[in-house]
Structures are given as structure tokens and as C-alpha cells.
Ligand binder design. Structure first.
Ligand code: GLN
Length: 543
């Protein structure tokens, strides 16, 4: 790590939402790391929810979980995947958390009876959160993404806080503003006015952007760059084009080509060097390589129209497909629509089947039918969290003949719950909640798929669940062909199960998708994809 002062990059968005600030922040993080600076990325979310853990996946996409068990916005997943670095609680701050802290301070008399106000109390707390993120590791750069769009009422305290922050840290701050540069087909031209207005709005708050990134559907001319530069008072070489990309993973390449990393280092007077992006180039070249075979993975869930709800799983499958030199096709299957009658037709195209995590009873029976189909038809099956619980319920009902086998989550009586909530586990749970959250170790049985995947007898993966395998039934399951290949070494809770006499049937209570990185795919996803590829070739030969 280079010895430099701390530097702060703030990313705001203008004109419309969903322009991809998160991916820009993540790509920039990756480029600065290649420039040999240490980096962390933080997201400020202007909504009032205290934590994203309780937010509806329809509205908000996946809940990403960090090592320390924080339930965060899905952008943190992109950050971790792009900068290949674990983040923590400090990296995701919502307005709700800021208000909570300030009001608790007020209740504890910390403000000595003064009037508590947005300015300075809320803004000071926001500034504290920026400094706190840096305090432990002393990164060269902290990239802060401000959620929302400039002009929103909710983001005003954040913008005022970063304005003050810059006033207090003049030479070490930089502002990036991401806007939309629409192309109007009827007049065949790009329009810069929305960008001008957005920058005007930002300047009214007292923030002058140093770099403007324009999201656009195709390349634009130098003339347009000069125009934006002149009207927005930004150097011409600091106007960067972010053209719609086929894959988010091409963004580090595009941003480097456009000179984003060097624009930042030049503006801050920091040394730069020629960097190699070979790893990103290779990854992108393999993502859709015409010479590779295509495998079809069926994801059986209940948010199938909203793939953001399973985004880490989708990204992990992409990573593992590149690892196995194959192209990926995902078939989304709504578990509520699965019946005994249509299951063969629905699942026939799948070379591998995955049941992801989930909460609540909706769509459960379709998932149980899916696990049965994969077990009997010997299709590679990967169950994650709820997916493990479903596989256990199915096995209990159809192999152990416990007709009403279920999970305590769906069956409020105490009878036949092969998945249960263990009161004696309560004191093993991390403080405060009844969910097992974050990283826990898992001890691996040698001579298992799990051991083959990780090549280790002890691993650690992230968790987010409440219910557990009921160890009361352990011998019954094991005597009938179920292998418990992973257990928590301290509590003996079941972490991973496999099946005898099946090419690849594995389910885990943890979420390996949270630790998969483009250049370092999750061992279980890699192995599952490989099994699906083998199955595809065999299915083809049989035809
Ligand atoms: N609902 C299940 C539980 O709480 C599974 C959770 C999950 O899949 N993340 O245990």
C-alpha cells in the first residue's frame, strides 16, 4: 500500500435513477487498486429504514450479507466482487441509521439540551460515518456513493454533509457526477441540457463536480464533451462516457479506456502508472464465447421476474461458467406454478437445478416437487439455505415416509418438523437477533463433494437464516442415504448435505454466493456448474 493521505471520492447521480452509480463506484475501486492504492467503498442510502434486511426483495432486490453479519444493500455485493475485498457494517449507512444515532444521543443527553437539528447534528453524524470507515484500515481512498438522485429531498442532508466535508478537507476530495445524456432519435442528436440542469442543481448546493460521467446509449463526439465541459465548468478530459454495456464486468475496461482513473489521480496530483487489465479482459472474453457450450440452469424461486432478488446467485453462476468454459442460460421457474403434472415439461431443459434461499410459505410445495424431481432424475441439484431445508423435507416425506414432514417456519405445531428452531441454539447466536447472520465455520467430512470443492476440512461461509436441520432425525437420514458432509464444529448444526448414488446433489445452509468473485468463483458454484456441464454432454449423447 502506498503511503498517501486519505482521499475521498464522492459519487452523486443526476437526471434519473438507476444509471449504475454502484457499478461505476465498483469499477473505479478496481482500477484504483490496480494503480496500487488501497480502497474501500461506502454506500449512503437516503431512505429511512434502519437496515435493508427487512426490505421487500421485489422493491429493493437482494439483501447482501457481509462477513460481520450485516444485512446490506445489494450494491455492496458489486463492490466486494469488483474490488475483491470484504466489507462490513461501516460500508452501508442509511438515513434511518443516522437519525437513530442522533436521537439516541439526544435521549442520552449528549447534546446537553441544545436544539437538535438536521444541520449540524445530522450532517455531523454523516461526516463521522465517512471518517469512521477510514479509521481502522486507513485506506488511500474511500469512495462514497450517495444513493438517490440530486434534487431529491431525502438526499439533501448527505449532499450538505459532503459539501462541508470538502470544505474541511479541501485538497483531498473529488466529486464525480453521473448523469444521463439522452440521444433523441427524431432529431438525431444528443441532448446535454439534462446534464447542465443537474450540475446546476448540484452547484446550488455548493458542490462543483470535478468529473462528469455521462451514461449514454452510444459514443458521443468530442464536440459534445467540449460543450458539457464549457457549460459545467469541468475539464474536457474529465468528461467521461459510460456507454450502455452488455455486461457490468466490462465497465472497468470502459472506464479505464475513457481515462477515469487517470483523471482522478491527475486531479488529486497523485502518481499514476500504466496498468494491466488482463484479468478483466479475459473474464469478459469468456463471458459469451461462441466456441463454448451453453448450459441451462433452472432457478426455482418465487421472485422469478425480478432477478435482482437473486443477484449474487446470478453473478456466482456467471463466475463459475467462465471458470468452466461454458456459456450460461438461466431459466427462471416460478415455484408457485409447478405441479406434479407439469414438472417434467418445466424442468426438462435444465442441465442443473438450483433452489435459492427464501422466507415464507409461498411456493414451498413446488420447490419440494423440484427437489424430488432432481433427486429421482439424477439432475445436478444445488440447494442454498431454504434450498437445503426443502431437500431435507422432500427426503423425509418420500424416503423416510414422514408424510407431514415440514419446517417449523411453515408448521406451527411441534410435530414432524425436520427443520426446526432450536431454542438451545439461542445463546450461540450472535447478539440481539434470532437469525444466524454472517460468517460461521464449517467442518468438512473428507471423501465428499464438499471436500473436493474446497480442498480443506475447515471453511467459513456467510449465513442468513433462522431455522436448522433437526438433529433428532440425524441417524434416520444417514441410515437412508443422506450424507451430512459439513457441520458447525462448535454447535454441531448441519451445514451441508449430499446424497449417495447421485451424480451431484448438494445443499448448504450457508450462502456461498456472497463470497464468489469474478476471478475467484465459489468452489461450490464451480463444481455445480461443472456437474451441469457434464450432465449436458451426457444428455446430448443420449439423444
Ligand atoms: N427461511 C429460512 C430460515 O429462516 C431460510 C432462510 C434463507 O433461505 N435465507 O431458516
Amino acid at each position: 500500500m502506498k503511503k498517501h493521505k486519505n482521499h475521498y471520492i464522492f459519487i452523486t447521480g443526476g437526471v434519473i435513477s438507476s444509471l449504475g452509480k454502484g457499478i461505476i463506484a465498483a469499477s473505479l475501486g478496481s482500477l484504483l487498486k490496480k494503480q496500487e492504492y488501497s480502497v474501500t467503498i461506502q454506500k449512503f442510502d437516503p431512505y429511512l429504514n434502519i437496515d435493508p434486511g427487512t426490505m421487500n426483495p421485489y422493491q429493493h432486490g437482494e439483501v447482501f450479507v457481509t462477513e460481520d453479519g450485516t444485512e446490506t444493500d445489494l450494491d455492496l455485493g458489486h463492490y466486494e466482487r469488483f474490488i475483491d475485498q470484504n466489507l462490513s457494517k461501516k460500508n452501508n449507512v442509511t438515513s434511518g441509521m443516522i437519525f437513530w444515532d442522533v436521537l439516541n444521543n439526544e435521549r442520552n443527553g449528549k447534546y446537553l439540551g441544545k436544539t437538535v437539528q438536521i444541520i449540524p447534528h445530522i450532517t455531523n453524524e454523516i461526516k463521522n460515518k465517512i471518517s469512521q470507515t477510514l479509521s481502522e484500515d486507513n485506506f488511500n481512498f474511500i469512495i462514497t456513493e450517495i444513493g438517490g438522485t440530486v434534487g431529491d429531498i431525502e438526499s439533501l442532508p448527505f449532499l450538505e454533509a459532503i459539501r462541508q466535508f470538502q470544505y474541511q478537507n479541501k485538497t483531498t476530495c473529488i466529486h464525480i457526477h453521473l448523469t444521463l445524456l439522452p440521444f433523441i432519435k427524431t432529431s438525431n442528436e444528443f441532448k446535454t441540457k439534462p446534464t447542465q440542469h443537474s450540475v446546476k442543481e448540484l452547484r446550488e448546493i455548493g458542490i462543483q463536480p470535478d468529473i462528469i460521467i455521462c451514461r449514454c446509449e452510444k459514443p458521443f463526439t468530442q464536440e459534445i464533451k467540449s460543450k458539457i465541459a464549457l457549460f459545467c465548468d469541468v475539464k474536457e478530459k474529465n468528461i467521461i462516457a459510460a456507454i450502455d454495456a452488455k455486461s457490468i464486468y466490462s465497465l472497468p475496461l470502459y472506464m479505464h479506456k475513457e481515462g477515469l482513473d487517470t483523471a482522478i489521480l491527475d486531479t488529486l496530483n497523485l502518481p499514476k502508472k500504466k496498468i494491466s487489465l488482463q484479468d478483466w479482459e479475459y473474464f469478459n472474453s469468456q463471458l459469451e464465447n461462441k466456441n463454448n457450450t451453453t448450459i441451462t440452469i433452472g432457478i426455482v424461486g418465487k421472485y422469478t421476474n425480478y432477478s435482482d432478488s437473486y443477484i449474487s446467485i446470478v453473478e456466482s453462476l456467471k463466475h463459475s461458467s467462465v471458470h468452466n468454459n461454458c456459456n450460461l442460460k438461466i431459466l427462471w421457474i416460478d415455484s408457485e406454478k409447478i405441479t406434479e403434472k407439469n414438472i417434467t415439461k418445466l424442468l426438462a431443459p435444465c442441465n442443473g437445478i438450483l433452489i435459492p434461499g427464501g422466507f415464507g410459505e409461498r411456493g414451498i410445495e413446488g420447490k419440494v416437487l423440484t427437489a424430488k424431481y432432481a433427486r429421482e432424475q439424477k439432475i445436478p441439484f444445488f440447494g442454498i439455505c431454504l434450498g437445503l431445508q426443502i431437500a431435507i423435507i422432500e427426503f423425509a416425506r418420500n424416503i423416510l415416509h414422514i408424510k407431514n414432514a415440514n419446517s417449523k417456519e411453515f408448521n406451527k405445531t411441534e410435530k414432524d418438523n425436520v427443520i426446526t428452531f432450536l431454542p438451545e441454539q439461542k445463546n450461540l447466536l450472535k447478539k440481539g437477533a434470532s437469525m444466524r447472520l454472517g460468517a460461521y465455520t464449517c467442518q468438512i467430512k473428507k471423501d465428499s463433494l464438499l471436500f473436493k470443492a474446497y480442498q480443506s476440512t475447515i471453511i467459513s461461509e456467510r449465513h442468513r437464516h433462522r431455522y436448522e436441520f433437526n438433529n433428532h432425525y440425524k441417524t434416520q437420514f444417514e441410515d437412508n442415504g443422506l450424507i451430512i458432509s459439513g457441520k458447525n464444529p462448535n454447535s454441531q448444526l448441519v451445514e451441508v448435505i449430499e446424497l449417495k448414488n447421485h451424480p451431484w446433489f448438494l445443499a448448504c445452509q450457508f450462502h456461498p454466493e456472497f463470497k464468489s468473485r469474478p476471478q475467484k468463483g465459489s468452489p461450490l458454484f464451480n463444481q455445480f456448474t461443472q456437474a451441469a456441464k457434464t450432465n449436458r454432454n451426457e444428455q446430448k449423447n443420449r439423444k
